[in-house]
Write a protein that binds this ligand. Structure first.
Ligand SMILES: [Mg+2]
Length: 429
């Protein structure tokens, strides 16, 4: 009987991606135990040779040097990783336009209905893409084919490294019986812990529960969607587009009188970046790119577009990037009247593979403090707590017209507001 796929969704996941990319870039590293993240205190990615020495991700570099003095510790190179990521997306797009750029070393593709076009079975098409990726990039890939994204992710990590696993409807129960509930996409955290404590240790146990059981135990979205996807239903769509782009967040602000003072204009922009980031975090999103502009008194616009080194939702880190390029748009002796920022290439928080982003732990801690900041602002009103770099902008009056439209930002209000006045110390310019 032919294997059946109501939908044919493929997941590609680069093996030991960061370390492999650096091994491809520098042939002297090939076949050697390579650890990336040298600029930090702990390992972000390990080559298979390094894993064979019993080293693992997150291990402190000191410990690595002690256990395996032969290990080669190298700094991260996010530019190289992203070049390889783009090549990966481009190769998969040669086969289908329906590609979701899920993370720096992973993507999804929808190849439903392409068997006739290629004169091949789904399994043959997938093998063909996998071989092309591996030959072109020199990096091996875990690849999975199934009828939903969640199942395709189970499949791609079923055999490591360089595995190719197919989960047609007929094999769902067999594979899920060997899949721990924590290993299911989206159930690595509290959801998985709760299921496990309810006597659901495997993905198979989970799909055997019925809708009533889910409701009784408080599982709604998104766990219910995961449950459906594990059963083989296509719920979570492949989001076609660059970086799985969802949309953009824009913030602009006009000030009066116009100013030529660099620090004042930067602080105006800073305020916009902060406001945009609050929106971003509320939506559970991060941005991979942004553009910012200054508008002159003569109504001309000067803008810079930039890719961010990693997806961000924190203003202080974005402002570090913006500061480096601010002088491309700012000129002394020119009067400016407005600034604006647009955060683009938005991705969901869950779309980021934590372990792959070197700075992740640091960011989680930072995000923690930003969540608290968002809560404070919600309680006491916007701009109760803000970045030191925005201070000047907050104290400046807005144009009367702008004031009418956005009463939340009245200067008078600010003065009457119970203001905690604690500039966040993450960045101070
Ligand atoms: Mg990977």
């Amino acid at each position: 009987m032919a294997a059946s796929y109501p939908k044919a969704i493929v997941h590609f996941d680069g093996d030991a991606f960061f370390a492999s990319v650096l091994q491809m870039m520098d042939h002297t590293l090939r076949g050697k135990p390579v650890i990336t993240g040298g600029e930090r205190g702990s390992a972000t990615s390990l080559s298979y040779e390094a894993k064979a020495l019993g080293l693992h991700r997150g291990m402190p570099m000191q410990e690595i040097r002690r256990i395996a003095p032969e290990a080669i510790i190298v700094p991260s190179d996010y530019t190289a990783y992203s070049i390889y990521a783009r090549r990966m997306y481009a190769i998969v797009r040669e086969f289908t336009p329906k590609v979701e750029e899920y993370s720096i070393d992973e993507c999804f593709a929808d190849i439903t209905g392409l068997e006739d076009a290629f004169g091949m079975t789904y399994a043959e098409i997938v093998l063909c893409i996998k071989q092309k990726l591996e030959q072109s990039l020199g990096v091996t890939f875990g690849v999975g084919l199934a009828s939903s994204k969640t199942l395709a992710k189970v499949a791609s990590k079923y055999h490591k490294p360089a595995g190719l696993t197919l989960i047609p409807t007929e094999r769902i129960e067999e594979i899920l019986g060997q899949t721990a509930i924590y290993d299911v996409w989206g159930l690595g955290g509290v959801g998985g812990t709760k299921l496990n404590s309810l006597g659901v240790p495997t993905a198979l146990d989970f799909i055997r529960k019925d809708d009533g059981w889910l409701k009784d135990n408080g599982f709604v979205k998104p766990q219910r969607d995961t449950w459906l996807e594990l059963k083989g239903y296509y719920i979570n769509p492949v989001r076609v587009g660059k970086h799985g782009e969802i949309g953009s967040v824009m913030k602009t602000r006009t000030f009066s009188p116009p100013s030529m003072e660099r620090s004042f204009i930067f602080s105006q922009l800073s305020k916009n970046v902060e406001a945009a980031c609050v929106k971003l975090r509320r939506a559970g999103l991060k941005a991979r790119a942004l553009s910012f502009y200054l508008k002159t008194q003569e109504f001309t616009y000067h803008a810079v577009q930039m890719d961010l080194p990693v997806a961000l939702s924190t203003a202080s880190e974005m402002l570090e990037c913006i500061e480096k390029r601010f002088d491309e748009v700012y000129a002394t002796e020119i009067l400016y009247r407005a600034t604006g920022v647009t955060l683009r290439a938005l991705v969901t928080d869950s779309a980021l593979t934590p372990d792959l982003f070197g700075e992740f732990e640091k960011r989680v801690q930072k995000n923690g403090s930003f969540d608290a900041l968002d809560r404070l602002n919600k309680k006491y009103g916007n701009s109760t707590v803000f970045l030191a770099s925005s201070l000047q902008a907050l104290r400046a009056p807005e144009l009367p017209r702008a004031r009418k439209r956005r009463k939340g930002f009245l200067r008078q209000d600010l003065e009457h507001k119970k203001s905690l006045d604690i500039p966040f110390l993450g960045i101070a310019r």
